[in-house]
Design a protein around this ligand. Structure first.
Ligand SMILES: [Zn+2]
Length: 435
C-alpha cells in the first residue's frame, strides 16, 4: 500500500471537531501528521465529514441469523433463561459453512454501520454432540475467514466454557459444543492463533464465558497460562448480566460477581467486562478505577430484559466504556448509543445523562467515549483520529439537508438522536477503503 495524504473538511479529533484537517495514511495503514487548520496540497484526496471508526466490543456472530426469531411468547415467565434454550436449539444447527456465511454477511453489515473492528466472543467450538472436528479450530477459522472476506479487523476471543452453572456442574447436552478442558482449550487457541499469525490486523485474545461456566480454580489456571504467554492481549468475560447470576454468585462464591472478580484477580486495562449490569455503588466505583473497560450491549440487554448499566455513576468515576452488538439484532453503533442514553433517561427522569465536564453534547461525549473505549476493549490503536492510530475512518454522507449546514458540535447529537437512513457513505479500515 502507498502512503496517501488526505484533506478533510470536518474531522472529529480527540479534542473535538476541527476544520481543514490534513493527515497522512502511511503505507502501514496508520494515521500520521494530523494537522487542523491546514491548507490543501496537490495530490491530496479530499473528504467531507469524518469520524473515527468504532470497535464493536462484543459479538456472537451466529446469533445474527436468529435475530427476530424469538419474539413470541411461550409462557408468561419468558425470560433470558427461556431465550437461552431457544438460542441453544438454534446454535446446535449451525455448520462451519453456515457460520462462515452468517459471519461474512454480518461483518459487512457491521462495516456499513460504522464498526471497523469486532471482538467475536466465540463459543461454538465442536460438533453439536461435542465430537471434535478433524480440524479442532474449524469454527474459529470460519470466523477468521469471514473477517478476511469482509475486511473488518477481528479480535477473536475463543471462549473457555467448562460448566453449566456455579460450582462446576456438568455441561448440559445442549452445551456440549461449547466445552473444553483447559488442555484442549489451549490447543484450540494455539491453532486459531497460528491460522491468523501473519495478519497483524487480527488478534486472538481470551474469553472466560462467565463465573457460571468456569470455576475459580480453572480461572486461576487459565489466566496464569494466558497472561504468561500473551501479556498484552485482551481478556473478556460476561459478568453480572442477570439478577439470578448475582444471587447464585452470592450463594456459591459468597460475593457478587464483579466484587468477586475485583477481590480475586488483578483486573486491569487488558480486561473487558461484558454487561456488568448489576453492580453496587462500591463495585461501580472500584471497577471504574481499574482501567478495565465495560462492554455495554444496550439493544441486546433491552431485548433480553437484563437491566440498566449504572452509566452515570460509572462515567463520573472515570470508567471506560465500549459498546457491543452482542446478539446482533441491531448492527448500528449509533442505535446502541441512543439506547444507552435513553435507558438512563427513562430510569432517572433526566435528560442528557451521558455528558462530561468538557463536553455538554450527549452525542459527541458518548461517541468519543465509546470510540476510545472500543480501542481499549480490544487493546488496539483504534477509535481516534490521531497520530499512530489505525486509519479506521468513517466518511459521512453529507447530502441530507438536515445535516449539510449543521454546526459541527450538533452533528453527533443529530446522528444519535435524529437518525437518517445509512448516515455513512464510505468506510476505511487500516487505510483501505472497504465500503
Ligand atoms: Zn454475550
Amino acid at each position: 500500500m502507498k502512503a496517501q495524504d488526505y484533506f478533510i473538511s470536518k474531522a472529529f479529533l480527540p479534542t473535538g471537531w476541527a476544520r481543514d484537517v490534513r493527515l497522512r495514511v502511511t503505507d502501514q495503514g496508520l494515521i500520521a501528521n494530523v494537522r487542523a487548520g491546514a491548507i490543501a496540497e496537490p495530490g491530496d484526496q479530499h473528504l467531507g465529514t469524518v469520524l473515527p471508526g468504532i470497535a464493536n466490543a462484543h459479538s456472537h456472530a451466529f446469533q445474527r441469523a436468529m435475530a427476530g426469531m424469538s419474539e413470541y411468547r411461550m409462557s408468561h415467565t419468558d425470560s433470558f433463561w427461556s431465550w437461552r434454550n431457544t438460542m441453544y436449539q438454534y446454535a446446535n444447527r449451525v455448520s462451519p459453512q453456515g457460520l462462515h456465511a452468517i459471519a461474512s454477511q454480518l461483518y459487512v453489515e457491521m462495516l456499513k454501520g460504522g464498526y471497523t473492528s469486532v471482538a467475536e466472543f466465540h463459543y461454538l467450538h465442536h460438533q453439536p454432540d461435542g465430537t471434535r472436528y478433524a480440524n479442532r479450530s474449524q469454527l474459529s477459522q470460519s470466523i477468521i475467514d469471514a473477517a478476511n472476506l469482509s475486511g473488518i479487523n477481528l479480535t477473536l476471543l475463543p471462549v473457555l466454557y467448562m460448566a453449566s452453572g456455579f460450582g462446576g456442574a456438568g455441561l448440559l447436552d445442549a452445551q456440549k459444543r461449547f466445552g473444553n478442558s483447559l488442555n484442549d482449550y489451549f490447543k484450540l487457541h494455539g491453532e486459531a492463533s497460528n491460522y491468523c499469525a501473519d495478519q497483524p490486523q487480527h488478534c486472538v485474545g481470551m474469553a472466560l464465558h462467565s463465573l457460571r461456566a468456569v470455576t475459580p480454580e480453572a480461572i486461576d489456571q487459565a489466566l496464569g497460562h494466558f497472561i504468561h504467554a500473551h501479556p498484552q492481549r485482551p481478556i473478556h468475560i460476561h459478568v453480572a448480566e442477570q439478577l439470578r447470576e448475582v444471587e447464585q454468585s452470592l450463594a456459591i462464591l459468597g460475593q457478587r460477581p464483579v466484587e468477586w472478580l475485583l477481590n480475586n484477580h488483578k483486573i486491569d486495562s487488558n480486561w473487558c467486562l461484558i454487561h456488568a449490569t448489576h453492580m453496587t455503588m462500591e463495585e461501580t466505583t472500584a471497577l471504574a478505577a481499574t482501567g478495565a473497560t465495560v462492554g455495554i450491549c444496550p439493544t441486546t440487554e433491552a431485548n433480553l430484559g437484563d437491566g440498566l448499566f449504572p452509566l452515570d455513576d460509572y462515567l463520573r468515576a472515570g470508567g471506560s466504556i465500549a459498546i457491543g452488538s452482542d446478539g446482533n439484532s441491531a448492527i448500528d453503533p449509533f442505535e446502541e448509543m441512543r439506547w444507552l442514553e435513553y435507558g438512563q433517561r427513562l430510569a432517572s427522569g433526566r435528560r442528557n445523562v451521558a455528558t462530561g465536564k468538557n463536553d455538554m453534547h450527549t452525542g459527541s461525549h458518548l461517541y468519543r467515549n465509546c470510540a476510545v473505549g472500543g480501542g481499549c476493549a480490544i487493546n488496539a490503536p483504534t477509535g481516534a483520529i490521531a497520530d499512530g492510530c489505525r486509519a479506521d475512518l468513517l466518511v459521512l454522507d453529507d447530502r441530507p439537508p438536515e445535516r449539510a449546514e449543521l454546526e459541527p458540535r450538533y452533528l453527533l447529537d443529530n446522528l444519535l438522536f435524529s437518525p437518517s437512513e445509512r448516515p455513512i457513505a464510505d468506510v476505511m479500515v487500516n487505510g483501505k477503503w472497504r465500503i
